[in-house]
Design a protein around this ligand. Sequence first.
Ligand code: ATP
Ligand code: MG
Length: 422
Amino acid sequence: MLVPREMEPKAPPPQQQLVIRIKVPDGGDVDWRIPLGSQLLFRDVLDVIGQVLPDTTTTAFEYEDEDGDRITVRSDEEMKAMLSYYYTTVTEQQVNGEMIDPLQIYPRACKPPGKRNIHGLKVNTRAGSSNNSCPAVTEGLPNNSLKKSSAELKKILANGQMNEQDIQYRDILGHGNGGTVYKAYHVPSGKILAVKVIPLDITVELQKQIMSELEILYKCDSSYIIGFYGAFFVENRISICTEFMDGGSLDVYRKIPEHVLGRISVAVVKGLTYLWSLKILHRDVKPSNMLVNTRGQVKLCDFGVSTQPERIAGEQYGIHSDVWSFGISFMEIQKNQGSLMPLQLLQCIVDEDPPVLPVGEFSEPFVHFITQCMRKLPTERPAPEELMVHPFVVQYNDKNAEVVSMWVCRMLEERRSQQGIQ
Ligand code: ATP
Ligand code: MG
């Protein structure tokens, strides 16, 4: 992102508690507050209901779905389904800047209570106003912001029918700002996936980014954009399942031979052009968000901070900034440095003269292409249609995936033998 950390709006504290509101037949509901992430079993809920309603025997409870229909919970499995449904609703409310409703449950077939709340559970006397449980999430968001996302989210979460039980997590592929990416095995399909797991006790800004990412992943259908299999909620985290790219991201590669880099950059230009055609700005173009595989495919990922232009009207960020980030990414890969200068930092010093590639080491078309992408004046950088006709792109726009494929295989082989030696 372009905004330096200290200039970001102050993030509210994260939601720390799950609030279960036990609805008592004659009113006077009881709120049960549980630290987020604690393991909660069906038996535990019945125990607490037993404390709240000591004169009754409760064997089940109900919750209301979005249409107001009552769903009965009688087992741990049904508890999980309820919590998953609830966390989906909470995320929608957070994203929409609404107050977070507690999870309301209705003990089944209980007689009028006698002495209630003997164990000192905290009672929320202001029925219907649960914002005390999570004051943070209502701040700083206009009420109707991302309203459309609510409906979108349901479609997205229904897409692909992914769920935690079908997934076996294997290696950690990397940690990013928002969460951790795992290599995982999807048992029913036998497919290997990349699963990004993001905790939900996060800032409003990050929640908006997740929604944006899901919407974009759901919308995109291009061989230059990472494939999306679905997303699901479990307890206090969301898991986003995408295609696994066995060559990983470009940040781990250094000094890629130019005939390979040429084909990679053509694919990245096509991915960006596709996004721009949907009026989406990537806004986080960098080597770690460009993935390659042994089939020679190159795909863009990570749309967390991407935006549709109409949503950021008035902001300085546009296609030109994606083009600049594209230029600096390829320059950094080729400069063969041990560690890359953070792109954010480089973007902050965009006012200074753009860095240049050492002349003589690289071909003239490549140096020209990168220099053009990094022109100081945004409007002087190539427009999407100009990128595609630049001699460097034209030269390598031959759909020869074999070149990239062979190079990725060789690199992985080298990495394996190096690991074997160590
Ligand atoms: P940031 O959070 O600043 O975007 P990042 O891109 O490194 O940093 P993540 O997006 O969380 O962080 O990704 C972590 C790492 O996981 C990446 O660097 C990449 O190497 C790997 N990775 C992500 N998605 C995939 C995927 N679909 N297939 C293979 N590896 C992946
Ligand atoms: Mg990333």
